[in-house]
Design a protein around this ligand. Structure first.
Ligand SMILES: O=C(O)CCC(=O)C(=O)O
Length: 280
């Protein structure tokens, strides 16, 4: 699926943008999101909805986790045996002021567990995040290459006393920070140990972006795996899903059974997101 140059770009720079969804897929998913919001009477101007969890499920977009191109790209980046993990719908109306501080996705991990070797060329990070916008999305920023080195001097200055997240609008702005302005149907794959942030200021147009995480069963889990709450996937819930979505969640459940240590990563993650986001 990917050329050697694209794989190299991901490994060196920590991100890769590819066209992924057709215009028909994008229109179908936007329609599904709008219907789901109307049916729920959802009035929130901003939400982060874990759309594979019972009660928060948005059936009309769930099959994105089985999309052949997305899975093939993830397999090229990580290895065979691609397993779905995180699956969120980011929604924000035009006019919402959206700003995060720069961070690596480590905020959930206790200090003493963070190993500086994670941020080096030698480390085999077995997780990839993907942002798939359904509307033009200028929110994702990244510092290319920062996943494979410690913070540089400019980063140390803005992170100051808190290496987990820099203050919003910290100055001076990181000169190497790059805004990825994504078009509907593109997919931005990124290593979430790279320094990154969601940041747009006041949104000029509505943001609808699907956000996924993939792991490969060919390698040991690294500590971002375990976002999904597999204990909520009851036999009744699984039986009610489309067959390909059910199979993907069953593969997740089987991988979690092989790696019970991931339950700890899950607990850290749940603790973190309940503080950081308004989760529904
Ligand atoms: O796309 C965004 O809004 C940022 C996402 C992000 O920072 C994250 O998932 O860690």
């Amino acid at each position: 699926m990917l050329t050697a140059a694209e794989r190299e770009q991901f490994h060196r720079q920590g991100y890769l943008i590819r066209d992924a969804l057709s215009a028909d897929d994008v229109a179908r998913y936007v329609g599904g999101v709008e219907r789901a919001r109307a049916e729920r009477g959802e009035r929130g101007r901003m939400m982060n909805l874990q759309f594979l969890q019972p009660g928060k499920d948005v059936r009309a977009i769930q099959d994105v986790i089985c999309h052949p191109a997305l899975r093939a790209i993830a397999a090229d980046l990580l290895g065979d045996g691609i397993v779905i993990d995180g699956a969120s719908l980011f929604y924000a109306d035009a006019g919402v002021d959206y700003r995060q501080g720069w961070h690596r996705d480590l905020m959930q991990v206790p200090d003493e567990q963070i190993d500086p070797r994670w941020f080096s060329d030698a480390y085999r990070y077995n997780y990839v995040q993907v942002n798939i916008p359904l509307t033009c999305d200028p929110c994702l920023w990244i510092v290319p290459g920062s996943h494979r080195r410690p913070y540089d001097e400019a980063e140390r200055r803005i992170f100051g006393g808190d290496p987990r997240i820099a203050p919003v609008d910290a100055q001076p702005e990181l000169a190497q920070g790059m805004q990825l302005v994504l078009q509907p149907g593109q997919a931005a794959f990124y290593n979430n140990y790279a320094v990154h942030r969601g940041y747009a200021g006041v949104l000029r147009q509505r943001r609808i972006t699907i956000h996924l995480g993939f792991h490969s069963s060919a390698h040991a889990p690294t500590c971002h795996f375990g976002v999904l709450d597999h204990r909520q996937y009851t036999p009744d819930y699984l039986a009610s899903l489309a067959p390909d979505v059910r199979a993907a969640l069953e593969a997740h459940i089987a991988e979690r059974a092989r790696h019970p240590e991931v339950d700890q990563y899950h607990a850290w993650h749940q603790q973190f997101i309940s503080k950081e986001f308004e989760i529904r």
